[in-house]
Design a protein around this ligand. Structure first.
Ligand code: ARG
Length: 457
């Protein structure tokens, strides 16, 4: 089969060489964007009088037929035609005759492929943002039900201070909020048209780049044709934003996994988001959370992959850049899937409030209360820390907790301690009293929930 670019060649590459160079196996995912880009380009060529209107109509008609076939999944792509651009151009020529060959006037595959990628990511990033927001809504709903659910808060995975369980869940809300902001902000750099940059130097035809950009719904055009065809920053940025999102999901997944263990038992995942074991009949595994934790690795890999591909490439387009695609497609697929699954998992999980309650009543996470109590009565905090530490040690030796220690024993360490200490040490009080801005106090958590709602409004 002769190549669309075959004029200066005396012999063709062997099939296995074509196979190695081809991207059609994966860039066929750009079929809609490629057709969209071609429609805009040829429409602009007509408006500018570069092509006669009759030719434009024929080409638009042919592109429309290909679009219908693409929607019905009826297009048959071939490695012999290398990539999505040449496959579609060849199909167009086969369909409407040599006039189809006019489509590529004033255009190169270099600005064409960049245009496709911008169009593709613009749509997908909007989808990602939508799913993040959906997940945030679910988190908010769970949090609203657990403002007064007391839970142990951790540092170093050791019991630290009692918290409102809503506060813990909402920490993830704010991470997602930042993710959403990053994706939204990046749209500014995705929403730019490279179309009309040609191979890299622009074109001699009197094209109207602003027109084709407008037809495609782009907010702006690249100012420099060389930058336009060699820029892949917007994809790196997408992979970087996605890596951070996956880091957040992975941390949350780790907590879901821990909380589901018999040792914690803080939550139970719905059967619909769990799996069994082929040998151990009792098992209910948090596979989906583990998989999300694991999939963060491939997204980081995709980011490192593209950064590495780009680092040594001279201006402008180089075939290396064909390697930008699979990692991007894979990341879109992974991130959309992970967000959907996580949302469902959190929406359907059962929070074991009794277990959280008993956990927080059988630990020393209220020790800071005693130290703060003494400090509020004028004892230097460092001294108060020491006194409390000694009382904790006494309790450990006796196998009891601070609330079980008789007043007389406490007073052996400090006479500042009075009967009211027992109300101060209650975990509910410990949470309630942390009323500093952004703290876990119930009032603060309620303020936080309002702030979160305003973000979603
Ligand atoms: N398949 C190519 C890619 O994805 C399209 C651009 C090819 N341009 C070229 N001059 N070979 O990068």
């Amino acid at each position: 089969m002769t190549k669309l670019w075959g004029g200066r060649f005396q012999k063709s590459a062997e099939a296995w060489v074509d196979e190695f160079g081809a991207s059609i196996g994966f860039d066929q995912q750009l079929v809609m964007e490629d057709l969209e880009g071609s429609k805009a380009h040829v429409t602009m060529l007509g408006i500018q009088g570069i092509l006669p209107q009759a030719d434009v109509e024929l080409i638009l008609n042919g592109l429309q037929q290909l679009l219908v076939k693409a929607e019905a999944d009826e297009l048959e792509f071939t490695v012999a035609n290398e990539d999505i651009h040449l496959n579609l151009e060849k199909m167009l020529i086969d369909l409407i005759g040599p006039v189809g060959g006019k489509l590529h006037t004033g255009r190169s595959r270099n600005d064409q492929v960049a245009t496709d990628m911008h169009l593709f990511l613009k749509k997908r990033v909007a989808e990602v943002i939508g799913l993040i927001e959906n997940f945030q809504k679910t988190l908010l709903q769970q949090a609203e039900q657990h403002v007064e659910t007391i839970a142990p808060g951790y540092t170093h995975l050791q019991r630290a201070q009692p918290i409102s369980f809503a506060h813990h869940l909402m920490a993830y809300f704010w991470m997602l909020e930042r993710d959403k902001q990053r994706y939204s902000e990046s749209l500014k750099r995705i929403d730019i048209s490279p179309l009309g940059a040609g191979a890299m130097a622009g074109t001699t035809f009197p094209i109207d780049r602003l027109k084709s950009a407008e037809l495609l719904g782009f907010a702006d055009v690249y100012a420099n044709s060389m930058d336009a065809v060699s820029d892949r920053d917007f994809i790196v940025e997408f992979l970087s934003n996605s890596s951070l999102l996956m880091a957040h999901l992975s941390r949350f997944a780790e907590e879901i996994i821990l909380w589901s263990t018999d040792e914690f038992k803080f939550i139970e995942l719905d059967d619909a988001f769990s799996t069994g074991s082929s040998i151990m009949p009792q098992k209910k595994n948090p596979d989906m959370a583990e998989l999300i934790r694991g999939k963060s690795g491939r997204v980081y890999g995709n980011l490192m992959g593209l950064l590495t591909v780009l680092k040594g490439t001279p201006l402008t387009y180089n075939k290396d850049m064909q390697e930008d695609k699979e990692g991007m497609f894979d990341t879109v697929h992974t991130v959309l899937g992970a967000l959907k699954i996580f949302e469902g998992m959190v929406a359907t999980m059962t929070v074991n409030t009794e277990r959280l309650h008993s956990a927080v009543h059988s630990d020393f996470s209220n020790a800071t209360e005693l130290a703060d109590y003494l400090a509020a009565k004028g004892m230097p905090f460092r001294e108060a820390h020491e006194v409390t530490g000694k009382l904790v040690f006494t309790c450990i030796q006796r196998g009891i907790y601070l609330l079980d220690l008789p007043l007389a024993d406490m007073q052996k360490e400090s006479l500042l301690i009075e009967e009211d200490i027992y109300t101060v040490l209650a975990p509910e009080a410990a949470v309630r009293r942390r009323n500093s801005l952004g703290g876990t106090g119930f009032e603060q958590v309620k303020i936080q929930l309002e702030k979160a709602k305003a973000c979603l409004a």
